[in-house]
Design a protein around this ligand. Structure first.
Ligand code: ARG
Length: 450
């Protein structure tokens, strides 16, 4: 399709090196939609008769149906999806197929296809995230009143509930959806009409093409439109951070299902055994989620490094945007699906969680707060309670069984009531805090909002 000035055939090694059809065939529905919109604009501009347009549209639809039915043979000699489809079209409908590329380049074509692909995948990922959120919310509801320790530095800090802990992940996923929708809004402009880099002397109605393809508008600079892959980087970043969130959740679950914590049972369906140690039940789904997140971050780096040295506009390096893009999209969709299934089936061991949260040390902050409420400055209260903690450790007496009034007169008898996890949670009623009522209210808010 570009051989006019060449006297020799392309080396077969170069063909193998340069082909992208082995992966960019996946752009076919977008390539076809873009071509039909482009052809319609050509016919409106008088470049195609109505009959020619109809031939082209019908030919493209038939090619699409054949690809969907697995009856289309992609050829690596035709490099990429754009040339595979165009060449087949001409084969099927004759020379008029050769008119389709008027006022278009593969450069604006691939930029368009990639935007359309990203947009469709953003919508799919958004749905998959919502499904996972719903499963997390159901589990948060089931365990809204299940007390467990909350951790900082992986040291027991203060009591929270399992519901509150799980809702933290619902928040993260909501931000991921926000980033996806930002990315969608920015990418949803049509590059078609930008040509190879400098538009075309043949003016088609860019806005009509954009509208047909569901774009909100058109790109405003042909050179930027051809060179730009920011939207791919944004999507890869958004997918990466979503992966990072799920990787942190995985890490929590890996800890929770260890014998040391014992907070959760993962279903047999979502764990694996050891070929050597018969007793083992391993959280491979969590570990693979953590592992695959490395790949997601790697894909983002891959694209950024590819782009950083490229003079504008198009360079063939840009063809390398698609393997990391496709891989990240496929990976996050699989990660979301498998985590949804696993989390829906998991069971929290409430007795273990409560036992871990029943250490009175977790209420040391509440004891300091009680001193503050009786007029002691917080720093002094912190110091006093610190001493009580030291005394508890050295005398091997649980904090709630020390004779606090003997340690310091600032303590009053009433402060003994601090040592109840229920009281501690009930008091945490401020927005965002883990009282059971709050958690229930948040669950209702999420349910209404999703
Ligand atoms: N397969 C190419 C890509 O994905 C399409 C654009 C080719 N353009 C070119 N000038 N060779 O980037």
């Amino acid at each position: 399709m570009w051989k006019g000035r060449f006297a020799k055939d392309t080396s077969s090694l170069v063909q193998q090196f340069g082909e992208s059809i082995s992966y960019d065939w996946r752009l076919f529905p977008h390539d076809i939609a873009g071509s039909i919109a482009h052809a319609r604009a050509q016919s409106k501009a008088g470049l195609l008769t109505q009959e020619e347009f109809e031939h082209i549209e019908k030919g493209l639809r038939e090619i699409e149906a054949d690809i969907l039915a697995g009856k289309f043979e992609f050829k690596s000699s035709l490099e990429d999806i754009h040339m595979n489809i165009e060449s087949e079209l001409t084969k099927r409908i004759g020379a008029v197929g050769g008119k389709l590329h008027t006022a278009r380049s593969r450069n604006d074509q691939v930029a368009t296809d990639t935007r359309l692909y990203c947009r469709a995948q953003i919508d799919e990922i958004t749905v998959a995230i919502t499904v996972l959120q719903k499963v997390l919310i159901d589990q948060a509801d089931r365990y809204a009143a299940t007390v467990m320790p909350g951790y900082t530095h992986l040291q027991r800090g203060q009591p929270v509930t399992v519901g509150h802990h799980l809702l933290a992940y619902v928040e993260m996923l909501q931000r991921d959806k926000g980033r996806l929708s930002d990315c969608r809004r920015r990418l949803n402009v049509s590059p078609l009409g930008s040509g190879a880099l400098a538009g075309s002397t043949i003016n088609l109605d860019r806005e009509a093409i954009a509208a047909e393809l569901g774009f909100d508008g058109v790109t405003r600079n042909s050179m930027d439109a051809i060179a730009d892959r920011d939207f791919v980087a944004e999507l890869l970043f958004t997918i990466s951070i979503c992966g990072v969130h799920l990787s942190r959740l995985s890490e929590d679950l890996i800890l929770w299902c260890s014998s040391e914590f014992g907070f959760v049972y993962l279903s047999d369906a979502h764990t694996t055994g050891s070929s050597l140690m018969p007793q083992k039940k391993n959280p491979d789904v969590c570990e693979l989620t953590r592992g695959k997140t490395g790949r997601l971050v790697g894909n983002l780096m891959n694209l950024l490094v590819t782009m950083k040295g490229l003079p504008i506009t198009y360079n063939r390096d840009l063809q390398e945007d698609k393997p990391p893009l496709f891989d990240s999209v496929d990976t996050i969709l699989l990660v979301l699906a498998v985590n949804t299934e696993m989390i829906a089936a998991m069971e929290i061991r409430e007795d273990k969680c409560l036992a871990a949260a029943s250490d009175p040390m977790l209420l040391a902050t509440d004891l300091a707060d009680a001193l503050v409420k009786s007029g002691v400055p917080f720093r002094t209260a912190h110091e006093l309670v610190g001493k009580a903690v030291a005394e508890s450790i050295s005398s091997k007496t649980p904090l709630d069984q020390l004779d606090l009034e003997k340690i310091d007169p600032a303590y009053t008898h009433a402060m003994k009531s601090v040592f109840s996890v229920d009281t501690a949670l009930k008091a945490r009623t401020n927005i965002g805090a883990p009282s059971i009522e709050n958690v229930k209210r948040e669950i209702a808010r999420w349910r209404a909002g999703l």
